[in-house]
Design a protein around this ligand. Sequence first.
Ligand code: HEM
Length: 424
Amino acid sequence: MADTARTLGPVETAGALAALTGGARVEHLERLAAAHRNGCVMRLPTGRVLVTCDPSTVKHVLVDRADRYIKGMGQLHAREIIGDGLLTAEGESWKAQRSAARPYLRARAVQERLPHVVEAAHEAADRLGAADWRRVDLTVDLASYTLTCLARTFGFGVPDGRRVHEAFDVIQDEAIFRAVTQGAVPTWLRPRRAAAVAAALDVLRAEASAALAGTGRTDAWSGMEGMMSLFLAGYETTASTLGWAAGFVAHDDALQDELAAEGARISDAGVATLGDLASLTVANAVFQDTLRLRPPVWLISRRAVAADVVAGVSLRPGDEVLLLPGAATPDRSFEPRRAAAGHGPSNPFAFGAGPRSCPGVSLAAMEGAVWLAVVASRVRLRPGSPTTPRPRARMSQAPAGGAVVEARSRTTSDQVRPTARSSA
Ligand code: HEM
């Protein structure tokens, strides 16, 4: 267990709270967690909030004493809006959905879907290649790609990426608003927002019904609330990570060529094999290093439901713990080659830990690496802006202003030959 966390004074606490309500919440909270390696505590009228990235505290809260906590800030507020799906539920409802989703998300079951994922990546490359050096925002396209992969994994129809993304945009805005105002501004005081949220929920229910139509699915996750949770958890995180990754690789032509050489090996969905997947070393490293720097789940929150002592701090029921995966490694440079060579820092809890860790980790890793390799083999990317975008953080963090790049199909002279497999 870490040494005792430091209690912040009133000025620092006020600064942190102000930052939470503003656009720089990720940077501020990550800086705070990084500056206080044993954690720091804010004393608020509503209770204590422990902010930390210390690995032993993370393990204590998420794994060893997981039974003393429920999901906290942000997720509790999302639950008020989208209900008791796998992402947000607690107790028996959560257990039933988690065990019903497990068979679909096991590594072996996911890998059997590889040809579908390769096909979806080629469709994404077709769309992107048509840009002919125009600036494109990848956000909606990545939503379509990740929702397609999710639908193929669970065997339901493919939802409309734009409609789902736009609906969750409204819902995420509302969830973060409720989180930072601690529910102090009820929706009846905001009738326009209430109507937008109701309309967004209607869209999601319609998309979920259409996706399930004719499938005969009766699994615990296949109710309306279960489907909304799956949509949100299953698309936004991977799409945001790929948005950041595309921005990083757009600055490095040689890295794109290395990715392209891996992608050229899976040029045809029909011939993609598990060996191909295992040999996407550079693509995997790009995905992992992006997760280190820009974990989409930038904040893992827990609310104590029983007394606990963590990092020397006595927590009472209702107190919160905010875990910052992005602050875990101080090195802020994008170094996928170092990651591919098997050394360099990684993000130990980008996918969480313990009983509520991400069940979609195999799917995320597969769709991430396949998209990066296949798209690089077909399309050349250039940065959409000279600087790396700042994060826009709600339940997940995505590039502010969109995942913007310039793109064009590779010409014949720009084609890259496949490299020999190294690890298959
Ligand atoms: C890069 C991609 C992804 C990242 C970084 C990620 C990260 C995470 C993290 C950190 C959690 C734990 C949150 C907490 O403890 O409060 C989580 C939960 C979850 N993730 Fe993922 N995720 C990704 C992709 C996916 C995918 C593709 C699925 C597909 C179904 C998925 C489904 C879920 C679900 C259902 C939960 C809730 C699990 C529970 O509470 O029992 N995730 N994810």
